[in-house]
Each structure stands twice: as C-alpha cells, then as structure tokens.
Design a protein around this ligand. Structure first.
Ligand SMILES: Nc1ncnc2c1ncn2[C@@H]1O[C@H](COP(=O)(O)OP(=O)(O)OP(=O)(O)O)[C@@H](O)[C@H]1O
Length: 246
C-alpha cells in the first residue's frame, strides 16, 4: 500500500479562453502522507476549491496528475471516478449535506446503500459512537444541532475508511464552541484511526488542529507551516505577500 494517500503533480487548471483565461491552479505539487491532517489556506480566489475539486475527480485538471493511494486516476472516465469518490474519498462540506428524511444512522450508512452493498450496522454504530452521537442514531438531521449534523457527516465520510477525507470549510457554518468539537472529531480520526484529512479553511483556529498548513496564493503553493498555532497562522495569513515575493 502506498504511503501517500493523495498526491498532485504539476497540477494546473485554467478556466476561460483568450484574454479571459484564469489560471485557478498554476502548477501545484503536493503529497499528503497517510495519517496526516493538512489545512489548505489562502485568500479568496487562490484556488483552494479548485484544488479540492480536481483532487476529488469532480473537476478535470488542464494538466498534471492526481494520484489517490498511489494510483494515477487522472485519466479515469466518469464511471470509474464516481466509484473512486464513493469508495476511496470522503467528503465533508460546510453545509453538512445530510438527507433530511433519513436518520443519523441511515445517513452514515448511505455510501454503502448507494454502492448497492449491505450496510455494516456494527460499523455505523461504532462511527456514531466515535463522533459522540451514539444516543442520536435514530434522530433525523432536523432535530440535531449544526455541530451534531456535521459530526454525522464526518461519520458518513469515514464509513469506507477512504484514502483521504476532503473537507471544505467544515466549520464555516458553526459557532466557535461547536466548531472545536467538530475539529476534535476530525483530529481524532487522524490520530486514533490513522485517517488522512485535507481541509480547506479560512479560520486560523481550525488550521491549528492540523499537522501542517499549506498556503496557496494565485494558484501556487506559497508556503507551508508545520505544527501550526492559531496565532502563527493568522500572522502568516496577514503577510502572504511576503511568502510570494520571497
Ligand atoms: N467555473 C469557473 N469558471 C471560471 N473561473 C473560475 C471557475 N471556478 C473558479 N474560477 C476562478 O478560479 C480562481 C480560483 O477559484 P477557487 O474557487 O478555486 O478559489 P478559492 O481559493 O476556493 O476561493 P474562496 O476562498 O473564495 O472559496 C478564481 O479566480 C475564480 O474566479
């Protein structure tokens, strides 16, 4: 098994043509080792969402390669990419994306049902317990708080033990106390379960839960920070221009 959960090599993505061309990604090289938690930060328009979309096979890069668990998936057709997303990539979004008419447990088991597989109820119970919601298994999302809904979404993303869990602003809709619980769950999925997490965030406190922060500016990797503290990240975000000119 590859030691690298996700890797992108010279990844580029341009939108538009002629004078209207925008280089959303201008050649990114990144490798995410298994069992690590990385935060991706950068100003609005720096390419964070485009990076996640290309890594997940939701968007097709203009150039470069994407490797998931050591397998080059860049040229896979839509059918294989759909299976890749279902089985080897977990997603957590700012808006939770739970199905409102399914219970928490049913939402967690959904990836198996979509794949036409038997739901492993034991694993669903285990994951709900891990995210602190064992007693909410039969609740509908509408009767759960935002933070609880996000923890259900994380349990669902962990169901298949994916190569990588991609999180796009997972705490963007939460208050700071609830956000900390959600970040703690993501952190423990890495520390205790060996999951690999890549999280886009604007929040230095959220980034401080990661092992490393990658800073994007204008579609390029402008810098990295290991063992980030919230203060150090906030300081770096305020001086990204210095990284670019360095
Ligand atoms: N579908 C698209 N068509 C044209 N341009 C796009 C498209 N998607 C993104 N872009 C452009 O690519 C650049 C990178 O966008 P992207 O959404 O990846 O940035 P971001 O860092 O995620 O921003 P934010 O923090 O605001 O979400 C921006 O200049 C954006 O306008």
């Amino acid at each position: 098994m590859s030691d690298t959960a996700l890797e992108v090599r010279d990844l580029t993505r341009t939108y538009g043509t002629g004078d209207n061309t925008v280089a959303a990604l201008a050649g990114i090289d990144l490798a995410f080792r298994r069992g690590t938690f990385t935060a991706v930060m950068g100003p609005s328009g720096s390419g964070k969402s485009t990076f996640l979309s290309c890594a997940a096979g939701l968007d097709t890069p203009t150039g470069g390669r994407v490797l998931v668990g050591g397998t080059d998936v860049t040229d896979w057709d839509e059918e294989r990419r759909t299976r890749l997303r279902r089985e080897r990539i977990g997603f957590v979004f700012q808006g939770f994306h739970l199905l409102p008419y399914l219970s928490a447990a049913q939402n967690v088991g959904l990836p198996s049902r979509l794949a036409g597989k038997r739901v492993d109820r034991e694993r669903v119970r285990y994951l709900l317990d891990r995210v602190g919601l064992a007693d909410r298994a039969h609740h509908l999302p509408g009767s759960l708080s935002g933070g609880q809904q996000q923890r259900v979404a994380i349990a669902r993303a962990l169901l298949t033990s994916p190569d990588v869990l991609l999180a796009d602003e997972p705490t963007g809709a939460l208050d700071s106390t609830t956000a900390r619980q959600v970040l703690g769950v993501l952190r423990s999925s890495v520390t205790d379960l060996g999951q690999t997490v890549v999280m886009v965030t604007h929040d230095p406190v959220a980034a401080s839960y990661a092992d490393e922060v990658v800073f994007l500016v204008d579609g390029r990797v402008a810098g990295r920070m290991a063992h980030p503290s919230a203060d150090a990240v906030a300081g770096q975000m305020a001086h990204l221009d210095e990284l670019v000119s360095a």
